[in-house]
Design a protein around this ligand. Sequence first.
Ligand code: ANZ
Ligand code: ZN
Length: 820
Amino acid sequence: MEADMNEPAPDEYRHEEIEPKWQQRWSDSGIDRSDIDRSRPKHYALTMLPYPSGDLHMGHWYSMVPPDARARFMRMRGYNVLFPMGFDAFGLPAENAAIKRNIHPKEWTYRNIDHMRAQLRSMGAMFDWRREMISADPEYYRWTQWLFLKLFHGDLAYRKSAAVDWCPSCNTTLAREQVWGEDRHCERCETPVTRKELAQWFFRVTKYAEELLDFSQLDWPERVQTLQTNWIGRSTGCWISFGIDSGANVEVFTTRPDTLWGVTFLSIAPEHELASAWAQESPEVARYLEQTARQSDITRETADREKTGVFTGHYAISPVTGERIPIWVADYVLASYGTGAVMGVPAHDQRDFEFARKFGLEIRTVIQPETGEPLPEPLDAPYLGYGRMSHSGPLTGVPGERAVMAVIEHLESIGAGHRGVQYRLRDWLVSRQRFWGSPIPIVYCPSCGIVPVPESDLPVLLPEDNIEWRPTGESPLKLHPTWRNVDCPRCGGPAERETDTLDTFLCSSWYHLRYLSPQSHDAPFAGDDYDYWMPVDTYTGGIEHATMHLIYTRFFHKGLRDAGVTRGDEPMLQLRNQGIILGEDSEKMSKSRGNVVAPDKLLADYGADTMRAYLMFFARWNQGGPWSSEGISGTSRWLRRVWTSYSNESQPSGTSTEATLRLRRKLHQTIRSVTHDFETFEFNTIIAALMSFHREMTRAFEEGGSPEVWREAREAYVRLLAPVTPHIAEELWERLGKRDSVHAQAWPAWSDAVAAEDEVIVPVQVNGKVRAKLTVARDTSDDELRNRALAEPGVMRHLQNVTVKRVIVVPGKLVSIVTG
Ligand code: ANZ
Ligand code: ZN
């Protein structure tokens, strides 16, 4: 009978069969479950959890697969590895979907989760699914609320009025990502947004500014440390108080007190309280405030914007010269930084220079460079450097290195200023005027004021019905017919619930703790679990989370530490970021460009193992790079060759010592380099080494290496493959006649000596007959050769009941034993 050409050969690689098969077996055997085991060192490998948008994209694969391979590697290295997965399930897209389709956000979210969970399973990752957390589960957000209350009781949560972006046409507050363009318009209706003041909840992150700048306990990328450091933005400087004509004071923050004699105007932010007071009396000021109310801080901080401002008609008095200084309102001054007021020194500050030029204000040089020419008069650009003070009254001539301190001391002595530190970091605004988030567990009572919901009443559940989705300008919870009405937990009188929900960044600030004890009913996590697993040993994910998420989670940990909930100073010891996968055209993947590579299609074509190997191979993981379809088919060919080579039963002839030695040396070198590269997240060179070692095995086979060494290499190779291609490795392991899972095996060991040195095989003769062969370094000493020869089992057998008369050692060549 003729073979059916469509029927694959019996040993053809069929990922669509072996992958589901092994995934099922792993799930049945529970091999990926990790529990406390004090006999082994623990390793908590955390990878950032996805938002359930509906579909896994290549970025998810890229951020999860190499860390999975590494987690598997750590397990084979003897660690008890925790590698959990969950869903960051609250957030705006679910609410938008609800508005569009008139379904509950919960329905949309949980349907997406089901789909994505199945997609995640198809990766073949070792996620311990028993520990899955979903931030929108009441059993999860109950503890989010509980933790909120811990911070509240620790005086780390407080309420104050703050501005939100507001679309006057949609009649709703907008999240940062819903505001678009230079003119800051609403994403839905394109109306320019305005700002609106609302009472909202904040976390006191600024209390931890100094501690957050300390990275000494962390192995985090330099880049993330820099981004966080800049985000926190510590400046040392000085507060200076200027009297004003109306009798009050204006305080400014400056990092350049040495320029004080050069002040020719003050400017205050449009939101400064004096600005609104003066708007009452001046229509120009009032008009200017209205006009600037629409801009965001980001737009306002843009350096090259045309400066705008308005004179208030008021003057301040210089604390050092007694001069009258005009006060302006200018939107380059931010209300949220320093004191919201700036002393204008046009000669030595870029923005002040532009402002003074535009409005014809005086430019007065008070710093001269220490070396070289004096500055030109008039200046054609501000001089920003430090230098010798000039035209500065009693301090004229003070050199640059002393200037700042000299002025501060002078101000302190006359009581007009004091030194201090200022941060750019702001407290974290956690209120959202949204439905799909955790309710804030607070009740407002007309007689008791702000009352926390008692622990025993948690969670404050989201309502399931009667929800108004259409944007009305209010939090949807506010419009629910009954939800907000509640008895005051303190006095029992009629009261109202807080109707805002919590920022979803709060949910993701502690999810690593819920994974520890997903079933815990009386606490967010159990103390035992915490003590065993925490802190997270390696955290992996995108660099885009460098500031917000990774600062919030550090803050949360420290705040909870001070509230007695967590221990230790940092939640995540090591951080590594992956790069971005670009389309084949080297551009960012996007639907409009048509260069999106979808994982589902590739999974069907190549299988998870090939995708895994390719994702580790195609670029340095921390850099990323363009996808290549040619590249993935190359990876696929390599794995098919590996597969076929293991279905061949024959062995090498054992005739070439040279081939044996080379194979062995290369094996040990490969184990060593793959181990090293897993440790350092250099995944691409792992795959390169594995590819090259397979060629070496083929060569050793063809050239007739020793069958034992060849078998040893084949076995070790499957173990090296296991983290990368977990399904193929299981299959090949089985073919080698093994019963246990390859993932339960120890990682292969290497010897530096074998890897490094040139080895020889020395035959050992007993009375002229070869009884053993020693594999040793070429320069092994005579004594060592003699001892090793006499200890060989094959030799000892022939020395029983006889006496050794002589042992002749020919270094590197032969050991000959003569008995009598
Ligand atoms: C006078 C001065 C003279 C300044 C000079 C600079 C150079 P960093 O380093 O980022 O902390 N500033 C203070 N508060 C501000 C606000 N609310 N909005 C905008 N600018 C503000 O910046 C500190 C400097 O930024 C301060 O020092 C102040 O300008 C300005 F030759 O004061 B300086
Ligand atoms: Zn009350």
